[in-house]
Design a protein around this ligand. Structure first.
Ligand code: UDX
Length: 431
């Protein structure tokens, strides 16, 4: 497993849990050292335990040396980062291609090289070309095997996938991949074999569709506010249609994270380059971007139109619960916009505050939600952590200067909040 980041680490540990022998390789020596000592570089429920168990069983090891790991492997997974390239939004494939070059040097026997990193259509061809050019003698096949893991639920998603997608044109590679995933297919997980290019596109299309679904319900939420309807009722009514499905219809402050923003952008670029522009996805990305700042305006409006000199408390900074990931989190745009308008910002998050400090300066970070509320003129719930679902509203209110609650995740019932004396607003529900 090349790359001990989010995807590499979770996939590697899960494969090891199946009894496969896995080596996770990373160039970051400090990270490898920490992993060997049982310290996780990311927050992911269950991961530490899984890594401890599989390393103790001898199925999982960590190394900074790619050579020996590749030489002994039947399959090499490339799970390095593909960040958005600075300036143009294309996926930056330099890490993937560098890994391919290094892998090439150490191949022995028939080896399946698997791109697990999210790569644009055609990247598998380039990986194959790079390896072939470096090692005309090597016996290998390049396969696409995208991941569909949600942060915070990654281990469960890996072990109970909706589907496993294998993009492989070589029959030997298909057989090898089927063996690797056998523990899951024995448990009835559907395994789908496609061409490599289809597989590469499936990942982007799935993420773009989900991003679109979220953005759609967010627009419906705005409409609900304008016409006096309730977006939760609308989402339920719409989602009961089996063709639509009820998942990913929670209105909120817009999607963030390491995947949707980056992958929609990369799909837009690929589609433009091939003369088949994906206008719906383009609009989705633009609407979502604007939405994050619009949430700050919602808070300002709740404060009577002006937040200069006021103190705003934010609960939740991570882009979603159960992760410390701050990448493209709506909280970033919200904090910045509030500060631009002269507000003082206090914040709490159960795990993301350390990461947040690197991005968001001039914020007073607080140890508990109640501390966070102290002296605040308004309190906004930005991430729906379970810890925020049953707050003592009375106690919260007593700590605040003004009882204003802006619930951007709709986790409270309006009448409960009002009963506790709050001026309450939420997303897409009657005011
Ligand atoms: C996503 C995909 O779900 C996963 O399959 C892919 O491999 C990686 O990207 P992740 O980014 O971890 O996973 O989180 P997800 O749970 O999908 O949420 C993404 C964003 O959408 C979050 O900001 C979340 O708050 C938001 N969201 C999700 C909504 O606003 N409403 C919803 O109904 C669902």
């Amino acid at each position: 497993m090349i790359g001990a980041g989010y995807v590499g680490l979770v996939s590697g540990a899960c494969f090891a849990d199946f009894g496969h022998s896995v080596v996770c390789v990373d160039t970051d020596a400090r990270k490898i050292e920490a992993l060997r000592a049982g310290r996780m570089p990311i927050y992911e429920p269950g991961l530490e335990e899984l890594v401890r168990r599989t390393t103790a069983a001898g199925d999982l090891a960590f190394s900074t040396e790619l050579g020996p790991a590749v030489a002994g492997a039947e399959a090499v997974f490339i799970a390095v980062g593909t960040p958005a390239r600075r300036g143009d939004g294309h996926a930056d494939l330099s890490y993937v291609y560098a890994a391919a070059r290094e892998i090439a040097a150490h191949l022995t026997g028939f080896t399946v090289v698997v791109t697990k990193s999210t790569v644009p259509v055609g990247a598998g061809d380039e990986v194959e070309r790079i390896i072939r050019a470096a090692r005309p003698d090597a016996d290998f096949a390049v396969v696409s095997n995208p991941e569909f893991l949600r942060e915070g639920a990654a281990i469960g998603d890996f072990k109970r996938p909706d589907r496993i997608v294998i993009g492989a044109d070589d029959p030997r590679a298909r057989d090898a991949m089927a063996l690797i995933y056998r523990p899951l297919t024995l448990n009835q997980a559907p395994l789908m074999v496609t061409s490599r290019r289809s597989s590469e596109l499936i990942k982007y299309a799935a993420n773009a569709f989900l991003a679109m679904k979220i953005t759609f319900i967010n627009e419906m939420a705005d409409l609900c506010e304008a016409v006096g309807a309730d977006v939760q009722e609308v989402a339920r009514g719409v989602g009961m249609d089996k063709r639509i499905g009820g998942k990913f219809l929670h209105a909120g402050p817009g999607y963030g994270g390491s995947c949707f923003p980056k992958d929609t952008l990369a799909l837009i670029k690929t589609a433009q380059d091939h003369g088949a522009p994906a206008r719906l996805v383009e609009t989705t990305a633009a609407v979502n971007d604007q939405r994050k700042r619009a949430m700050a305006r919602k808070i300002v409006k709740a404060c009577g139109g002006d937040v200069r000199g006021k103190t705003i408390a934010l609960l939740g900074l991570a882009f979603k619960p159960n992760t410390d990931d701050m990448r493209d989190a709506p909280s970033i745009a919200i904090v910045t916009a509030l500060q631009d308008q002269g507000a003082r910002v206090r914040a709490h998050d159960p795990v993301a505050m350390e990461h947040a400090k690197q991005t968001l300066a001039d914020v007073v970070y607080c140890e508990t939600p109640y501390r966070c509320a102290e002296g605040a003129d308004a309190l906004a719930i930005v991430t729906e952590w379970d810890a925020y679902r049953a707050l003592d509203l009375e106690r919260l209110g007593r700590a605040m200067r003004e009882r204003r609650l802006i619930d951007l995740r709709n986790i409270y019932r309006p009448h409960e909040a009002r009963a506790a004396g709050f001026a309450y607003s939420s997303v897409g529900r009657p005011g």
